[in-house]
Design a protein around this ligand. Structure first.
Ligand SMILES: *Cc1c(COP(=O)(O)O)cnc(C)c1O
Length: 344
C-alpha cells in the first residue's frame, strides 16, 4: 500500500454539527462547498442529513447538481454564486435554489424560471457578493413580492470577536432587512460563536463541522496517515532532499513517506512541520517533494511503517500554522491520490 490514507470520522462531523446547532435556538444548515471542504461532499452531506440538517449550501451550481444526486429529493440545496448564465436548466431540473446577488441575476431568474424559488444575498460591507444597500433599496419591493426563501449576508471578520466590523455588518444587515417577512441568515461558524445577536433564523457553518478554527471545541474529523516507503541512515554532514537544505548534525535515521505537495501537503510548511510516528513527534527535514517527504525518526526506537500528518493531536490548524495559512486551505488542498475511508 503506497498511498496515504485519509480517514473521515462522520460521527465526529455530526457531533460538531449538533454542537454548533445547540449554541443557537435557530435552524442550522451545512456548508459543503469545495467537495465538503475536501472531505467528500456526498458522504459528508448524507451523514449530516441523517443528523438532521435540511439545508445545504454550495458555491457553484455544478456542485449543487452533484449534491442533489447524492442526497436525492428533499433537502434544500442553495447556491452562493447565484444564477449564472448557463445555469438555468440545471437549477430547474435539479431543484436548486440560487442566492441571487444582483439585478442581472434577478432578471435572469424571474425571466428564465418564473415562480421558482430563490434567495437573496446582501452585501453588508465585505464587498464580495450580494446586493449593495442602494441596489437593494431599489429592487427590494419587487424581490419581496416574489417570496424569496431566505435573505442572507456574510461576515468578513467573524473569526475575530473583537473586530468592530462585526457590529458594523450586523447594523447594516438590520437596516437592510428589519421588518421583512423572510427568514434571515448572517452567520457562518465564526458568527455562531459571536452570540445570539448574530444568529437570526438560520446559521451556515462550514469549517467548524470539519474540525477547524474558529470552532476551538470541534472534534477532529480528518486523519491522514502516510506509509513509509524507505528508511535510511544518514551520517553527519550528509544532506537530505532537493537543494540540500537540510544537513545531518548527528547520525540520523530518515524515513521517506509517500505524500508530497501533489497531495496537498503545502510545500512551504517544510521547515516547520512535524508528523507523528509511533506516538512521538518527528520533524520534517529538507524540502517537501511532489510525492515524498523526509522525516527524522532518529529518536524513535521502533520500526516506523507509517506516520500521521493529521491526527487527534495534530489538527488541520497545527498544519496550517506550519504552512502560514488557515485550516480551510489545508482541508481543501487534501489530495485526490488518498484512499478515503469513512467511519461512523
Ligand atoms: C464558506 C461560507 C460559509 C461557511 O463559512 P465557515 O467559515 O467555513 O463556517 C458560510 N457562508 C458563506 C457565504 C460562505 O462563503
Amino acid at each position: 500500500m503506497s498511498t496515504a490514507k485519509l480517514s473521515i470520522d462522520l460521527s465526529a462531523l455530526c457531533d460538531n454539527w449538533r454542537s454548533l446547532d445547540a449554541m443557537t435556538s435557530c435552524e442550522t444548515a451545512a456548508v459543503v462547498k469545495a467537495d465538503g471542504y475536501g472531505l467528500g461532499a456526498a458522504r459528508v452531506s448524507r451523514a449530516l442529513a441523517q443528523a438532521g440538517a435540511r439545508r445545504f449550501f454550495v458555491a457553484a451550481t455544478e456542485e449543487g447538481a452533484a449534491l442533489r444526486e447524492a442526497l436525492g429529493p428533499g433537502p434544500q440545496i442553495l447556491i452562493f454564486s447565484g444564477h449564472m448564465p448557463g445555469d438555468t436548466d440545471m437549477i430547474n431540473d435539479l431543484d436548486l435554489i440560487p442566492m441571487l446577488n444582483s439585478v442581472d441575476q434577478m432578471l435572469r431568474h424571474v425571466e428564465g424560471l418564473p415562480g421558482k424559488p430563490f434567495g437573496i444575498q446582501l452585501d453588508t460591507g465585505m464587498n464580495r457578493l450580494g446586493f449593495e444597500p442602494a441596489e437593494w433599496a431599489a429592487v427590494r419591493d419587487v424581490a419581496l413580492s416574489q417570496n424569496p426563501v431566505l435573505v442572507m449576508s456574510h461576515l468578513a471578520c467573524a473569526d475575530d470577536p473583537d473586530h468592530p466590523m462585526n457590529a458594523h455588518q450586523l447594523a447594516r444587515f438590520h437596516e437592510m432587512t428589519d421588518g421583512i417577512d423572510v427568514p434571515r441568515s448572517l452567520s457562518a461558524t465564526g458568527g455562531i460563536l459571536l452570540g445570539p445577536d448574530y444568529h437570526f433564523d438560520l446559521t451556515r457553518p462550514g469549517v467548524g463541522l470539519y474540525g477547524g478554527l474558529p470552532f476551538a471545541d470541534a472534534l477532529p474529523v480528518a486523519q491522514l496517515t502516510v506509509p513509509v516507503i524507505q528508511t535510511r541512515l544518514v551520517e553527519p554532514g550528509e544532506t537530505v532532499g532537493y537543494s540540500n537544505t537540510w544537513t545531518a548534525d548527528r547520525p540520523s535515521r530518515i524515513a521517506t513517506i509517500a505524500a508530497g505537495y501533489a497531495d496537498g501537503i503545502i510545500r512551504a510548511m517544510g521547515p516547520n512541520a512535524f508528523v507523528e510516528a509511533a506516538g512521538t513527534r518527528a520533524k520534517v527535514v529538507g524540502r517537501i517533494s511532489m510525492d515524498m517527504i523526509a522525516v527524522d525518526v532518529t529518536d524513535i526506537s521502533e520500526d516506523v511503517t507509517e506516520v500521521a500528518l493529521l491526527s487527534a493531536s495534530q489538527t488541520v490548524d497545527d498544519l496550517a500554522d506550519a504552512a502560514g495559512t488557515i485550516g480551510y486551505e489545508i482541508l481543501t488542498s487534501l489530495g485526490a491520490r488518498y484512499q478515503r475511508r469513512y467511519k461512523g
